[in-house]
Design a protein around this ligand. Structure first.
Ligand code: ATP
Ligand code: MG
Length: 390
């Protein structure tokens, strides 16, 4: 049984949010045999008991689920409920407990409070060394009685929260092999946004292993959405032109302005109205407020920086939780880390950037890059081979 949580605040759009969640769940559960139904406040997945672990693993990665629980479903029948609750209680370990009943079917012959008392009595009589504690019980046996069926359950588990993926459109994530950008991507997915990813590489200065790392990170992110399109940008010629034509201290600033320009082109081509990246205020010279402003100046598109205000340790905590950290710390060079000048400018001037950019035909180079880039489709449901690209 799945509870939607934050979705419930989306009054007019509620149907759309619930339907999207419903289709996302069907998609993720793939070949597992289930029967899924929904009403305004809940969704029910019926499945075979042996598939439970596999289903929980998937459910734990689906955004838009506030809380879920595993319930036993039986026919609404007074004697049947008494028998089943005792079976369930016998499987649990506890010293104190409480039974809570809810009756949506008022034709059920016993009132909720009275029925809870009767069920509590049955458990007490049949299991040794336990007692009722209505204030702080170790376990609560919940009984929801509906017209046809009754649900019995104990613990509820916290879901991932957020909005169902796909309810808030698409964004283009600048995905490096570092720690920050996969976390930025995850936080974006959490808000219901589907993502494309763009990765800049400068072969032979960056290695194939660096690309593999980004493919692995995309695959880990695809667990939380469906397919991810990963656009691989051949950045070598442009990067070399920058290093030939720009004063060393401005190289990173100009390189990042080029990255933003290319990202904007790819975002528009792929119908993404926003750009997302892993910049964090003050982390490096290109992420001072002045640097961000001068770099951002090349595009009018909104640039969302989900980790802008987090400490590195906070970002690392999330990276570990989403299982990207170990991949991110693999030691392969990124195109940002090669040719790093000794003293990158921390307060760049826009006029200086524009002057340096007159020195080489970056517009033509960007057109060529956009034409020549490759796109991989990353799908967590498939074990694809990218050997022709590696
Ligand atoms: P991360 O910030 O992901 O840990 P990083 O520290 O190597 O990686 P920075 O130099 O801090 O990256 O760059 C800031 C942001 O710019 C990254 O978070 C990412 O969004 C984007 N970026 C940097 N390098 C690349 C790249 N090679 N391809 C795509 N995006 C990149
Ligand atoms: Mg960073």
């Amino acid at each position: 049984m799945i509870k939607y949580g934050e979705l419930t605040t989306k009054k007019g759009n509620r149907g759309f949010f619930v339907n999207t969640l419903y289709h996302n769940i069907i998609n993720k559960l793939g070949n597992i045999s289930t029967d899924i139904s929904k009403d305004n406040s809940r969704m029910y997945i019926e499945f075979k008991e042996e598939d439970l672990d596999q289903i929980l693993k998937k459910i734990n990665n689906i955004f838009g689920i506030h809380e879920y629980l595993v319930a036993t479903k039986i026919d609404t029948d007074l004697e049947g409920i008494k028998k089943e609750i005792l079976e369930i209680a016998k499987r649990e370990k506890f010293k104190t407990f409480k039974v809570e009943c809810k009756r949506s079917d008022k034709s059920f012959p016993v009132q909720s409070i009275e029925f809870a008392r009767q069920l509590g009595g049955i458990i007490l009589k049949n299991i040794a060394d336990i007692k009722v504690d209505v204030h702080h019980p170790e376990i609560i046996f919940n009984v929801e009685i509906r017209h046809k069926y009754t649900f019995i359950y104990t613990d509820a588990f916290k879901g991932l929260g957020g909005y169902p993926n796909g309810t808030l459109g698409r964004g283009m994530v600048m995905l490096s092999g570092g720690i920050d950008s996969p976390v930025a991507a995850y936080l974006t997915l959490k808000r219901g946004v589907k993502i494309d990813c763009i990765y800049f590489e400068a072969i032979p200065h960056t290695s194939i292993e660096a690309r593999e790392k980004v493919i692995t990170l995309s695959k880990k992110l695809s667990k939380y959405t469906d397919k991810i399109h990963l656009h691989i940008i051949p950045f070598t010629d442009l990067q070399e032109a920058i290093y030939k034509n720009v004063e060393p201290e401005y190289c990173i600033t100009i390189m990042r302005r080029m990255m933003y320009r290319i990202t904007e082109r790819l975002a528009k081509e792929n119908k993404c109205p926003i750009i997302i990246n892993g910049e964090s205020i003050g982390q490096v010279a290109s992420q001072t407020l002045t640097s961000m402003s001068v770099i951002n100046n090349v595009t009018n598109m909104p640039v969302i920086r989900p980790v802008a205000c987090l400490d590195k340790l906070e970002i690392i905590d999330i990276a570990k939780k989403i299982d990207t950290y170990e991949t991110s710390i693999l030691p392969f060079e990124d195109c940002c880390t090669i040719f790093v000048p000794k003293h990158p400018v921390i307060n760049p001037s826009l006029a200086m950037c524009e002057k340096f950019e007159e020195n080489f035909p970056w517009q033509d180079m960007i057109n060529k890059i956009v034409l020549e880039h490759q796109t991989l489709v990353i799908d967590d449901q498939k074990d694809e081979e990218f050997s022709d690209l590696l």
